[in-house]
Design a protein around this ligand. Structure first.
Ligand code: AP5
Length: 214
């Protein structure tokens, strides 16, 4: 099973990619997570990526493509994967076509998370992350057992640097300019299906399962 989850910031792609990946026992490959992890380790790739992420801009295609190709070529991705947040430019989408051809794989579906603007704002504004294990919470919809503290690591939850209102606005603009056209390409190939990303996490998960198992 090879799926791409596409959609605006805060649509719930990462939350659902985690659940779907666990359900089907395939890796959840999120370029944003890979970049944040690399930045925390202080690698050249991570530090370069951080400069762009902090401004809400896309990280340049060449280094993003290399990281994505290396990851989908790893042995655990042979049986399939959920790609979350990649590709998000036309250049990345065409690069992915070639990378998949090289490893003799093809995409099954591209799932587009459809969500209203007000819900995006509410989801991003309430997101809190554990700085140690990177678990995502939400102040209202998915709070930790003890306010402000990770259930797993006993660490104080933080807000992502790029979740500040100005940066979110820029991420949304970038999404419209550079990532929407990617959805159009997959739609023209008959690969794109929409999921209604409004409602609870369980409701969205149920809709995704129904779509994938159809
Ligand atoms: P990335 O990390 O990919 O961020 P994003 O695409 O903007 O998406 P988010 O992580 O903000 O949201 P999500 O849709 O995963 O929502 P989530 O499940 O967390 O990218 C960040 C940056 O990295 C980019 O700006 C760019 O700089 C760089 N980058 C990454 N990939 C790149 C690429 N391919 N090319 C170039 N640059 C790249 O949910 C959000 C919140 O809502 C959470 O708190 C969650 O608990 C809550 N929630 C989730 N579902 C529900 C629900 N159903 N109901 C209520 N609350 C919910």
């Amino acid at each position: 099973m090879r799926l791409i989850f596409l959609g605006p910031p805060g649509a719930g792609k990462g939350t659902q990619a985690d659940r779907i990946a666990a359900h089907f026992n395939v890796p959840h490959i999120a370029t944003g997570d890979m970049m944040r992890q690399a930045a925390a380790r202080g690698t050249d790739f991570g530090l370069k990526a951080q400069e762009y992420m902090d401004r809400g801009e896309l990280v340049p295609d060449d280094i993003t493509n290399k990281a994505a190709k290396d990851r989908i070529s790893e042995p655990d991705a042979e049986k399939g994967f959920i790609l979350d947040g990649y590709p998000r430019t036309l250049e990345q989408a065409f690069f992915l076509d070639d990378a998949l051809e090289e490893i003799g794989a093809r995409l099954d579906r591209v799932i587009y998370f459809r969500i209203m603007g007000a819900a995006i704002v509410a989801r991003v504004a309430g997101r809190r992350v554990c700085p140690v294990c990177k678990t995502n919470y939400h102040e209202v919809t998915h709070p930790p057992k003890v306010e402000g503290i990770c259930d797993l690591e006993d660490a104080e939850l933080v807000q992502r640097e790029d979740d500040s209102p100005d940066t979110v606005l820029r991420r949304l603009e970038v999404y419209g300019e550079q990532t929407k056209p990617v959805a159009e390409v997959y739609s023209s190939r008959g690969l794109l299906v929409d999921v209604d990303a409004m409602g609870t996490s369980d409701e969205v998960f149920g809709r995704l399962l129904a779509l994938i198992e159809k």
